[in-house]
Design a protein around this ligand. Sequence first.
Ligand code: GLU
Length: 502
Amino acid sequence: MEKKVRVRFAPSPTGGLHLGGVRTALFNYLFAKKHNGSFILRVEDTDQTRFVAGAEEYIAACLEWCGMSPDESPDVGGNYGPYRQSERKASYRQYAEQLVNDGYAYYAFDTPEELEAKRKEIPNFTYGLSTREGMRNSLTLAEAEVAALLAADAPHVIRIKMPEDELVSFTDLIRGHVSFDTNLVDDKVLLKADGMPTYHLAVVADDRAMEITHIFRGEEWLPSAPIHILLWRYLGWADEMPQWVHLPLILKPDGNGKLSKRDGDRLGFPVYAQNWTDPKTGDLTTGFRELGFMPEAFVNLLAMLGWNDGTDKELFSMAELIEKFSVERISKAGAKFDFEKAKWYNHEWVKNTPATALLPMVKATFAAEGTDLSDDAYLEQVIDLIKDRCTLLTDFIPQSSYFFNAPSEYDLPAVKPKWTAEKAAFFEAYSMVIADGLNAAELEEKFKELAAVHNFKPGELMLPFRIMLVGGKFGPGVFDIAVALKTTETVKRISRAVEAFA
Ligand code: GLU
């Protein structure tokens, strides 16, 4: 029987969630859902020096916003918990010691000062094949001395003993055959002096304990893969090893290197999924969400960074992505991030989403600016009229202002030079013939009829009418605006403008 698909998103709670991290979560999620598997959130918090308060909750909230609720996580629990590595601390030491006993790892007693001195002495020092013989570890010290140090609880770490002259090979589902020369990999620490495992040990132990079947993670973890593969072997678990899928990098807009948060700051676009406030400095970094991205658009644009369905189709809902997703169509090459294209996705989603579905998002956008809108029916009507003009959800605020407040200023240069008493008379007469209940086409019909009576071409009156209602030369169809504003407000705006234009 095929094993049930189990994949994990395994972030370290160290700060805001980079869009590359969300894409990793997404590809895990799509694969899990496509195969009726489980999507697991595991919090990799073993590096206590990098732990940042609030980051775990923030990550969970980002996943929720994107519509990727984990099937198992610290919050929802599951049969393979705990899902926070710090709470699994007790389970790791036995594996590190097993590796020492089997000759695949060793105790290292070097103090930070000794390591520092070596770094000074040897340029580009790494602890490994060529240097381990000159260090204080269980490979160089007498057995009795090692035993005495351990008995005395002398501070120590456990390091993997990288084998000499071996080629570690494996199959990556995107990259095919990959191999690494073990001579080029240093003896990574597996268990730290505080008894916590490092990422390398914890990731392998937990992927096995949680019966993970496929590891989708960023390409930046590829150099760690040989260490992990050796650990799977050395721990005797080789036949349980998951499949490897290293996702292409997300690159800077110019294609030169991995996209970092600093690129976003420099070029003026978000890199984090949601707003992140650094608890130490109080610095706020704006996220895609608060900038006005719809979660559907964010998910869609992330999916297209390194994947396509083999056609030119660019717009996909989550359900469509789940249906179409396949690892074979993930590209090897890095994907350039283009913020203009990201906005294009959002614009498409805003345009194509019915006003009823946009309503809660637009209301929340207003609420975030301190405006609580209560008339849902009216707001929905407004959304319907202006959504084609809004790229970001935040655009609904400026684009809808005249639906809530009469213009405080008019684009006078656009009307005044050609304004006449006859035009004023036309608008006064028009005020008398409009009524609630007429639709936009009927209002337009009346406008044209009356223009003929007053010897105007309708075109000469259309722009002044728009400026009366809106203040400027923008917005959707002017008769649609009049219908939404209703007669009393339209008439009020006409008469105020007639005074201002005179
Ligand atoms: N904790 C690692 C990270 O922060 C996980 C890498 C992996 O998926 O193995 O991305």
